[in-house]
Design a protein around this ligand. Structure first.
Ligand code: S3P
Length: 442
């Protein structure tokens, strides 16, 4: 196990180049595999989750390799076309990655061969009925452990029929799985969500020439009658990674952090709206479009935050950022209420319980609720020993908490950050964070 020890720096200043967006990296690798020809992906996130996707695509017969170029490391995927995937010889290991497992479920349900998907202990406890049930409605032969609720999953056989799906929860993973299955179905597939989740799948497949239409909260897709076009993608910086520095900068008394090349897709940028509604001093400049996605540079400065109510359509736009927003709310003046976020219970850890407990060790006062939390602000955090629960976003939230707390904070399971932000500890040190790493401590 790796333990990181973090202390508060006197000042927090510097420039951050973000890792590539995790959601877009997964999609570029997976969709590139079913295009015809070479997809080049710049700023691909070479983190554990996206590498699980790459390993699975290779096991399905796709050639994917990293190339070192003057633009940095590029992932090159040689697409085999819509009907070119091959039956894998072994179980596909999705590691810790829900996105890999859920998106692949939709893609593989439509193939004329058998696939088995599994992953680590956390992923094997995450709910899969949300994907398997609508796939079964399309006629798919899909099975899972515990009455089709949990991985490992067994999929394949094809013979799908276009179906109308009305999702009970906004989920980009479920929407994307059904959209991918729709590429292999007879007739039109509809997916309607109660609120908009991230739209990277629709945007990228449209750019590749797939017959797909997105209108409000509905996506419609049919089987393409010509090959999908390979893309040259430049993956924007991950706003979910930026969130940690936004909170660190807003809450530290002497901070100015500039974050370059952040993805600002409106379906993802809820963390900026939430922090601004709490009084954060955040400015955006050089707003531009890169590869069909909004991108900009963000500057955050020390701010006096106050509590807010975070709920409704904002939640799917900030779902992965709620743990670090809970940290900001603990330091803000007054109370913050987070609701409509029951999905947090089924992420890499039960993030309502783990966030409340672990930030609680540092003195935060967070009351868990069934679908969110009540956070009593005004806490003066103190260093403590805490635990990431092998959850990357919790590990980084605790590290930021340690940068804001009196004394020393020890984070057990600090290597969990590799899932989405392998350079996190280096960036923390570069911004002036005091940090020591102890490895192999049992
Ligand atoms: C993701 C969608 C979200 C998010 C996850 C990545 C994606 O999950 O929490 O980290 O890439 O589609 P849900 O779609 O299940 O809400």
């Amino acid at each position: 196990m790796t333990v990181s020890i973090v202390r508060r720096p006197n000042a927090l200043r510097g420039v951050i180049r973000l890792p590539g967006d995790k959601s877009i990296s997964h999609r570029a690798a997976m969709f590139g595999a079913i295009a015809e020809g070479e997809t080049r992906i710049e700023n691909f996130l070479f983190g554990a989750d996206c590498l699980s996707t790459v390993a699975c695509m290779r096991a399905l017969g796709v050639d994917a390799a990293a190339e070192d170029t003057s633009e940095g490391r590029v992932l090159v995927v040689r697409g085999v076309g819509l009907d070119g995937l091959r039956e894998p010889a072994d179980v596909l290991d999705c590691g810790n990655s829900g996105t890999t497992m859920r998106l692949l479920s939709g893609l593989l349900a439509g193939q004329p061969f058998l696939s088995v998907l599994s992953g680590d202990a956390s992923l094997r406890s995450r709910p899969m009925a949300r994907v398997l049930e609508p796939l079964q409605d399309m006629g798919a032969h899909v099975h899972g452990r515990d009455g089709n609720r949990l991985p490992p999953l067994v999929l394949g056989g094809g013979g799908l029929a276009g179906t109308r799906h009305r999702l009970r929860i906004a989920s980009a993973q479920v929407k994307s799985a059904l959209t991918l299955a729709g590429l292999y179905a007879d007739g039109e597939t509809w997916v309607q969500e109660p609120a908009n989740s991230r739209d990277h799948t629709e945007a990228m497949l449209t750019a590749m020439g797939a017959p797909i239409a997105a209108d409000g909260t509905t996506v419609r897709v049919r089987r393409p009658d010509r090959p999908l076009q390979p893309l040259r993608v430049r993956v924007p910086g991950d706003i979910s990674a930026a969130a940690f520095w936004l909170v660190a900068g807003a809450c530290h008394p002497d901070a100015e952090i500039r974050i370059e090349g952040a993805g600002l897709n409106p379906t993802r940028a809820g963390v900026i709206d939430a922090l601004r509604s709490m009084g954060a001093d955040i400015t955006i400049d050089r707003a531009r479009a890169e590869g069909g996605e909004a991108v900009g540079d963000i500057t955050v400065r020390s701010s006096r935050l106050h509590g807010a109510v975070l709920e409704g359509a904002l939640i799917p736009r900030a779902i992965d950022e709620i743990p670090v927003l809970a940290l900001a709310a603990s330091i803000a003046d007054g109370d913050t209420i987070i609701r409509d976020a029951a999905e947090l219970r089924v992420k890499e850890s039960d993030r309502i319980t783990t966030t409340a407990e672990q930030l609680g060790r540092l003195g935060a006062r967070i009351e868990p609720a069934a679908d969110g939390m009540i956070i009593h602000g005004g806490a003066r955090l103190h260093g403590a020993r805490c635990q990431s629960h092998a959850d990357h976003r919790l590990a980084m939230t605790l590290a930021v908490a340690g940068m804001l707390a009196d004394g020393e904070t020890a984070i057990e399971g600090a290597d969990a950050v590799d899932v989405s932000y392998p350079a996190f500890w280096k960036d923390l040190a570069r911004l002036g964070g005091h940090q020591r790493v102890l490895t192999a401590e049992l």
